[in-house]
Design a protein around this ligand. Structure first.
Ligand SMILES: Cc1cc2nc3c(=O)[nH]c(=O)nc-3n(C[C@H](O)[C@H](O)[C@H](O)COP(=O)(O)OP(=O)(O)OC[C@H]3O[C@@H](n4cnc5c(N)ncnc54)[C@H](O)[C@@H]3O)c2cc1C
Length: 424
């Protein structure tokens, strides 16, 4: 039997960026919160490039200096076309939001450990090496959660609210059969760390590079100690053509891309080659009586614009508010949860509109030849910086960009294909 006295008011499943942020914010408000993480920090995780909008949440948590100390300064994002060899850089300082004009690349092992330690320091009961194995919700009462330490006996807790931040394990959405694969974005990824990769210099030093390749795209993320994270995100067609091991497949894709191959002539692999499949998804609902899903536990979009950690930490801010209000006023918390779901889904859609089209010739053409007519380029930079609120200042340039995209798409369908494809 669970002991309510030993049970927290809020239980958070998963100590990644979403879970640790939510636990830290709840503990700061004096809430009794327990954070359970199945692994032990520091541990590897993919998702190493952050966005300027993350800085506001770092300030709220009081970790900006600590992230600066472990991170690589990121001034913007560079796009490189395999079709033309052309390169274009979007500097965050050109975005419409002048408060946050840079970000960082981080080794997630150190970054996630920092956030977990922050939750602990703020008073959360944070435990590692403890996997949540089961959960049952009791109408009008406390939930019943079972957890198992790596080296001990299973135990049961009875929290009043559960935040699921279990990432791509999608603990609650999987059990509740709420998951929907995103058919618009059926991609998968292969990635590894390398040394001796050609780095960008001068103004572009520290930019993430996105190489637009055949049937997908590559990321180049500069990490501390001259390590470069390189990954390939491919369409179904790319992965269907796969032969041999994941190692051979990654090297084959590198070889096929002229711009990637050129930067990796001297490269030495310094990690294993990893994969991520079953790529994009979203749960049909993010909350119910006594629980809410945040971060990747709710949904995941392709990381071409490095949006995952920002979406996870922003969702954690919303989830912490809902959980805290639930303890005193469940009716108001339901209203807040509905709003939070709209915001989370809306932010994913905002990135999604650009992401779903990144492998199309028309979108590639527009990205590689950005016009600042009606501040379209600045609007795109703002989305790339993580400006996920529906603000008028960003909306007008983006609507202009979308309109131009639709006009070009129509022209493309009407027969200007060859011109646009060769330009992108
Ligand atoms: C190939 C690829 C590249 C990416 N690149 C980027 C990028 O450049 N920039 C970016 O911002 N994002 C990127 N992302 C996305 C980013 O990794 C995620 O969006 C982000 O980590 C989400 O944070 P989270 O806290 O929701 O989940 P996670 O970071 O996955 O954390 C979830 C935690 O929950 C724990 N857990 C799971 N189940 C249980 C359980 N039952 N009990 C206890 N603990 C549990 C896990 O061990 C994990 O520590 C990328 C993703 C992929 C797949």
């Amino acid at each position: 039997m669970p002991d309510p006295a030993a049970s927290p008011d809020v239980l958070v499943i998963g100590g990644g960026p979403a879970g640790s942020t939510a636990a830290a914010l709840l503990a700061e408000q004096g809430r009794d919160v327990m954070l359970l993480e199945k692994d032990t920090h520091p541990r590897f995780h993919i998702g190493e490039s952050l966005l300027p909008r993350n800085l506001g949440i770092f300030d709220r948590l009081g970790v900006r200096d600590a992230v600066d100390a472990i991170g690589v300064f990121k001034p913007g994002a560079e796009f490189v076309s395999d079709a033309t060899g052309r390169r274009i850089t979007f500097n965050f300082r050109d975005g419409l939001d002048q408060r946050f004009t840079h970000s960082y690349h981080v080794e997630r092992a150190k970054f996630d450990a920092l956030l977990f330690d922050t939750a602990l320091a703020k008073g959360a009961r944070a435990k590692q090496g403890v996997r949540v194995t089961d959960v049952a919700f009791v109408p009008g009462g406390r939930a019943r959660v079972t957890a198992r330490p790596a080296d001990g006996d299973e135990f049961t807790l009875a929290p009043r609210y559960v935040l699921d931040a279990s990432g791509r394990d999608t603990f609650l959405a999987g059990r509740m059969k709420l998951l929907q694969a995103d058919k618009n974005n059926n991609t998968a990824a292969l990635f590894a760390h390398f040394r001796n990769v050609e780095c960008r210099t001068g103004d572009q030093a520290g930019c993430i590079s996105v190489h637009l390749a055949e049937d997908g795209w590559f990321w180049f993320i500069p990490l501390p100690d001259e390590v470069m994270s390189v990954g390939f995100v491919g369409t179904q067609r790319a992965f269907k053509a796969r032969q041999g091991s994941t190692h051979d497949f990654l090297f084959d894709r590198i070889d096929r891309s002229p711009t990637v191959r050129a930067r990796m002539r001297e490269a030495e692999l310094c990690s294993e080659v990893r994969t991520a499949g079953n790529y994009s998804y979203r749960a049909r609902a993010s909350w119910g009586e006594g629980y809410m899903m945040i971060g990747d536990a709710f949904g995941f979009v392709d990381p071409v614009f490095s949006s995952g950690v920002l979406l996870a930490m922003s969702a954690a801010e919303l989830g912490a508010e809902v959980a805290s209000v639930w303890l005193d006023d469940p009716a108001r918390a339901r209203t807040l949860a509905r709003r939070a779901e709209r915001l989370m889904a809306g932010s994913m859609d905002r990135f999604g509109w650009l992401i779903y089209r990144i492998n199309e010739p028309v979108m590639r053409h527009l990205f590689m030849s950005p016009s600042n007519f009606l501040r379209m380029r600045d609007g795109v930079v703002s989305v790339l910086a993580g400006n996920i609120e529906q603000k008028r200042g960003v909306n007008v340039p983006l609507v202009a960009f979308k309109t131009v995209y639709h006009v070009f798409s129509l022209a493309h369908r009407l027969g200007l294909r060859a011109h646009i494809a060769s330009a992108g």
